[in-house]
Design a protein around this ligand. Structure first.
Ligand SMILES: [Fe+2]
Ligand SMILES: [Fe+2]
Length: 258
């Protein structure tokens, strides 16, 4: 069993069940866990993006312990340009994080697929950034010059700095958590956004971020023992639920529900 298989799963906190009719878009079961159906990928695009790594998935689960209520999206979507601006910074940070990790492999040996995988994630995130800033520009919005993401900042504080491979495992697991939470938020936004262009856009990002979440877990499993990764993952999943649920509300991807 791989480390990512060991880590997948977890418990949700809400009891309502929501289903979806979109291929590749999740519904929630009675435990609040999020499941997706297979993502359909055209053959000519196979192998060209991390998101296509999910094409063989049947039922997969996001192991988040806090389930975002629909009321979060209603508040966030009240200011769509600010939400897009925040989203753009999220994609920029995701790209730079992948590039930063690209040459941080643990000594003495770089895992075979480390560099290519992280380069592919950086490419995906840069493409997402381009799409977001283009939408923002078309709609007369502007990228704010300064930006803060207190959610990600709190998660980064959990990284065991100076712990060698442990620090790198934490960075990968925090990256996986941010991807998983973003994935969940895109699903909520895509269901509730009445602007069809934006709804489609959010829907289109879902499978890519899901792929990134799984890839970061896999990389963590390549550099540390499966049990060590599993235990640390469960700790961080619990911490993430507290952090996201305590965020202030607002037009941000990682804001609180209020
Ligand atoms: Fe992205
Ligand atoms: Fe991503």
């Amino acid at each position: 069993m791989s480390a990512s298989e060991l880590i997948s799963g977890g418990s949700g906190t809400r009891s309502e069940c929501k289903s979806s009719h979109w291929p590749g878009i999740p519904g929630r079961d009675s435990l609040g866990q999020i499941h997706i159906m297979p993502v359909v990928v055209s053959p000519e695009r196979a192998g060209h993006s991390i998101s296509q790594m999910n094409s063989q998935a049947s039922v997969l689960t996001l192991p988040l312990r806090y389930s975002t209520p629909d009321s979060w999206a209603e508040r966030a979507l009240a200011d769509p340009l600010s939400l897009l601006s925040d989203h753009a910074y999220l994609e920029k940070k995701a790209a730079s994080n992948a590039l930063e990790l690209l040459n941080r492999w643990p000594e003495p040996l770089c895992p075979d697929d480390w560099v290519v995988t992280l380069a592919a994630i950086a490419r995906d995130e840069t493409a997402h950034l381009y799409s977001v800033v283009r939408l923002l520009s078309q709609r007369g919005g502007k990228l704010e010059r300064l930006h803060q993401n207190p959610y990600a900042g709190e998660l980064r504080k959990l990284v065991r700095k100076g712990a060698g491979t442990g620090e790198l495992v934490d960075r990968l697991l925090v990256s996986a958590l941010i991807e998983a939470r973003s994935c969940e938020r895109f699903e909520v936004l895509s269901r509730l956004c009445v602007d069809s262009e934006l709804a489609q856009f959010y829907r289109s990002l879902w499978s890519s971020e899901f792929g990134h979440y799984k890839v970061f877990l896999r990389l963590a499993g390549e550099i540390a023992a499966a049990e060590e990764v599993r235990v640390r993952w469960q700790e961080l999943v619990a911490d993430e639920a507290e952090i996201i649920s305590s965020q202030a509300p607002g037009p941000r991807m990682h804001s609180g529900a209020g």
